[in-house]
Design a binder for this molecule. Sequence first.
Ligand code: G
Ligand code: G
Ligand code: MN
Ligand code: NA
Length: 250
Amino acid sequence: RSLELDLRNAQGLGQFEVFYQPQISLSSRKVSGFEALLRWRHPIRGMVSPAEFIPLAEEIGLIVPIGEWVLREACREAAGWPAALTIAVNVSSVQFVRGSLVPAVVSALANSGLPAERLEIEITESVLLQKTDKNLDMLNQLRALGVRISMDDFGTGYSSLSYLRMFQFDKLKIDRSFIEDVTSNRDCSAIVSAILGLGTSFGIPTIAEGVETEDQLAHLTGEGCTEVQGRIFSMPIDAHEARKIIERIG
Ligand code: G
Ligand code: G
Ligand code: MN
Ligand code: NA
């Protein structure tokens, strides 16, 4: 597989880049932080989406060094932003099982000088599906450092609700698939209301992703969502563009 060979060489060739998508607090209408999203600039294929290469990187174990690089890079970048801004980094379940995630986080924080409280780790349900005790232990270690833990793609998994009992998440991220039709589809609207209600009951802030329209924004604001990210404010942008946004709002 030539994609696999290219992927094995990508990091050494400096083909990865971290993009950043702003997250907006609905109470203050201000940027509260950014999500780090990996990009691969392939010399022939162009920009390859992580959706296309993360599964392969997980399969061949490469996600561990790639994920650690994203963590270092994102923490280093965020350390240069104003202290109110957070950085959310996606972490694969493979990094929990095969990597040394806790020491990697400790060193990314130490090397960048970023306070632990400004780092959010986004996990998906797969982290709690396998090696549950070991992974919960690692989540608690990260928590003890002061790092925040978000549940990504909330509601799309088989047992999202049971995870609320297993771990005290700091944020629930509502998947884009529910937001897309939230204003036009009663089922989506009901699911989103239910998730926002859970957030309120459990005292966990909520963030909606993939918000594109004013109608969606008004709906989510009315339903008590805490934060949004999506095209309505900005698609993921490179570090330079992110700094320009920060200067503009600063
Ligand atoms: O940005 P984009 O929509 O192309 O991302 C596609 C998918 O890849 C998303 O589900 C996102 O969570 C995932 N992703 C993006 N960056 C990273 C990363 O650094 N690590 C991991 N594990 N997943 C990522
Ligand atoms: O990790 P996660 O599943 O949250 O990744 C979100 C993905 O959705 C990223 O690949 C990002 O580029 C993409 N995205 C972000 N905002 C929007 C949006 O408003 N609309 C659409 N269609 N995609 C978005
Ligand atoms: Mn995410
Ligand atoms: Na998601």
